[in-house]
Design a protein around this ligand. Structure first.
Ligand code: SF4
Length: 322
């Protein structure tokens, strides 16, 4: 059984951890719930952490020229500075995390879709933007895996998020050693996964080992950039085609037909990537190829988190950017 390094992820506390919403309620997120045993969660509730209490009068984002403020309409209180200080201090203290799962649409935790008003008593929102904590996360930790609980309901977003946090946590663990041989091992185990994300960036990573110094820092920079976008399904298909070409001599004709049919179904969006991938993996085991057997391309995160019932369709790349 493959061992994974548990990722460290900052999560909005109201997502199943504590009844800390303005109205004293808690929110249930199936996606967060199923990750709880597999991830080291660090909970945060910026609003209760700056002393607004639970329950509390709601706060809202209000335009302030080019900037924005965080105001409490019922009391007229301005908590902009307290919130900015809190965000800067919290993120400074927790810089070494792999990702964030934040409550969408919150004036504090929201990442893009929070309502902003023209005035403290403005009747209708004039736009949508990130909340204060969400903004700070995007500003200070832009390369980490960052999602809202709502977006994680989408299979591809969740798959990309999990792949990122598990790759980053594994890299974080290897980096502690400062051992270049361990980095090479990490690079080799992730060869196909990295190529499936971005072949050009993968080639850049290979060249880092020719550097005289600063190898870990340069590698880290490129690694984070490589995972900035989710892979297109065509690049995963290309990797599977390459694997298929190398493995088909080990299997029977009807097994080949079965694989080709399942790959077609995946291309058409009628089955999960896990179906053709699992077939290929059984062939890898049969071929007794240790290099391929250890490739994270086959299982980038623990099997407990894999959802076989999900059906994949091709990814629209722009969808990933906040
Ligand atoms: S969205 Fe953020 S600030 Fe609001 S209750 Fe949840 S954790 Fe607290």
């Amino acid at each position: 059984m493959k061992e994974f390094v548990k990722p460290r992820v900052v999560v909005s506390k109201c997502l199943g951890f504590e009844s800390c919403r303005y109205n004293g309620q808690i929110i249930s997120s199936d996606e967060v719930k199923e990750m709880r045993d597999q991830i080291d969660f660090i909970t945060v509730c910026p609003e209760s952490d700056i002393g607004l209490g639970v329950p509390r009068d709601p706060i809202r984002l209000v335009r302030d020229g080019e900037d924005k403020k965080l105001l409490q309409p019922n009391t007229g209180r301005d908590v902009t500075l307290e919130m900015k200080d809190f965000c800067a201090n919290f993120l400074k203290e927790h810089w070494d995390v792999d990702g964030f799962i934040l409550k969408g649409r919150s004036p504090s935790c929201g990442l893009k879709e929070t309502k902003i008003y023209a005035a403290i008593d403005g009747p209708a929102p004039v736009d949508r933007c990130a909340g204060f904590f969400g903004d700070a996360v995007l500003k200070y930790q832009p390369k980490k895996a960052i999602e809202t609980e709502g977006r994680l309901r989408n299979y591809q977003i969740r798959d990309h998020f999990l792949t990122k946090i598990y790759t980053f946590s594994s890299f974080r663990d290897v980096k502690k050693s400062k051992d270049i041989d361990k980095l090479k091992e990490f690079h080799d185990h992730n060869r196909l996964l990295l190529k499936s994300y971005d072949e050009e960036m993968y080639e850049k990573l290979c060249k880092v080992f020719e550097e005289d110094s600063g190898i870990y820092d340069i590698y880290e920079e490129i690694l984070y950039e490589l995972f900035n976008m989710a892979p297109e399904c065509e690049s995963k298909i290309k990797i599977m085609d390459e694997l298929f070409a190398g493995l088909k001599s080990h299997v029977e004709e009807d097994e080949i037909d079965f694989f080709e049919a399942s790959l077609e179904e995946y291309k058409e969006g009628n089955t999960s990537l896990n179906v053709p991938l699992s077939i290929l993996y059984t062939w890898v085991l049969r071929a007794k190829d240790p290099e391929l057997k250890n490739q994270t391309f086959f299982d980038p995160y623990p099997r407990e988190l894999v959802r076989l019932e999900d059906v994949k369709t091709c990814v629209v790349r722009d969808y990933w950017n906040f």
